[in-house]
Unconditional design. Structure first.
Length: 161
């Protein structure tokens, strides 16, 4: 949304896709409830966990590393841990720095240029998205990003972010 301040307090559902849909972040056995990260996926996971360390006003609520994309819920707060007001970074700043950090760790970029974000508007929507992230590995073959053709681009909405 062009008129939205993406540094404002709230919850954001983020999807970041691998360039050209290549399945390189994790592997999932059909029907399994977990995604096993690859070496690249482990660098991604480490970087995801550092987001809250780098930004005091940002909390990571939930994430999953799928073979060719990641989902996460980020919560932005207008205050830091001791209640002092502070300006939160924008979602774009957080994601771009995250992508850059991963790229530096592994030595090359795996990411599509853009990402998809969705402002979570209420508790019911938060719970639905949290459950979607939680169940995503178990439903991998039903996922819109699933492909046996690892050369096809499977993250079209990221082009619109």
């Amino acid at each position: 949304m062009q008129e939205h301040d993406y540094s404002s307090a709230g919850y954001y559902f983020i999807t970041i896709c691998v360039k050209d849909g290549h399945e390189m972040l994790s592997s999932i056995d059909v029907g399994a409830r977990i995604a096993r990260p690859s070496d690249i996926g482990m660098a991604v996971e480490s970087s995801i966990q550092k987001i809250s360390e780098k930004y005091e006003s940002v909390r990571l609520d939930k994430y999953v590393i799928m073979p060719n994309h990641i989902h996460m819920i980020l919560a932005l707060s207008p205050t830091n841990g001791d209640g002092r007001a502070m300006r939160a970074p924008t979602i774009s700043t957080i994601i771009n720095q995250f992508k850059g950090y991963v790229t530096k760790q592994i030595g090359f970029s795996v990411w599509q240029k853009l990402f998809h974000d969705h402002i979570i508007r209420d508790e019911a929507e938060y719970k639905r998205i949290w459950q979607y992230i939680d169940e995503n590995p178990a439903k991998w073959t039903e996922d819109k990003y699933y492909t046996n053709d690892t050369l096809s681009s499977r993250c079209p909405e990221a082009e619109n972010a």
